[in-house]
Design a protein around this ligand. Sequence first.
Ligand SMILES: C[S@@+](CC[C@H](N)C(=O)[O-])C[C@H]1O[C@@H](n2cnc3c(N)ncnc32)[C@H](O)[C@@H]1O
Length: 124
Amino acid sequence: MSLCVKKYNGYKAKIRPSGHDISDKFQKDNQGAIPPNLLEIANTESNSAYLRSCKAAEIRPHSAHFPQGFAEFFIKFLTDEGDMILNPFAGSNTSGFVAQTLQRRWIYFEINEDYVIGSRYRFT
Ligand SMILES: C[S@@+](CC[C@H](N)C(=O)[O-])C[C@H]1O[C@@H](n2cnc3c(N)ncnc32)[C@H](O)[C@@H]1O
């Protein structure tokens, strides 16, 4: 799985309307020491195993599942292997699937039973 994150160099060197002098140092590439403040992650899961499996089982897939790259960015950024990740509103459990792929443990809560059933297909 690859992470598709595009760095956003949003500050041009100039005097801002506030009067602050933004120098060209704000455009320096710090090799990822500071994460970008804009994540551009393609949602390429329109034909994922999860969606195909839900369709085959005639289960409604989650309508707002987020891209795996989104979960991957924050899990890698904020946790280490073996850590526990809890998602209290987990939907189709994108976060749990990515956590497991990255050797993290996970706990999942979801109020909608259909989504819980569908989420199992992420692991088959
Ligand atoms: C935006 S969706 C999460 C989607 C998830 N990130 C994914 O990739 O599939 C939020 C979820 O929270 C669930 N939810 C809302 N209230 C809840 C509650 N009180 N307890 C557990 N889940 C809840 C909804 O059913 C919904 O599936």
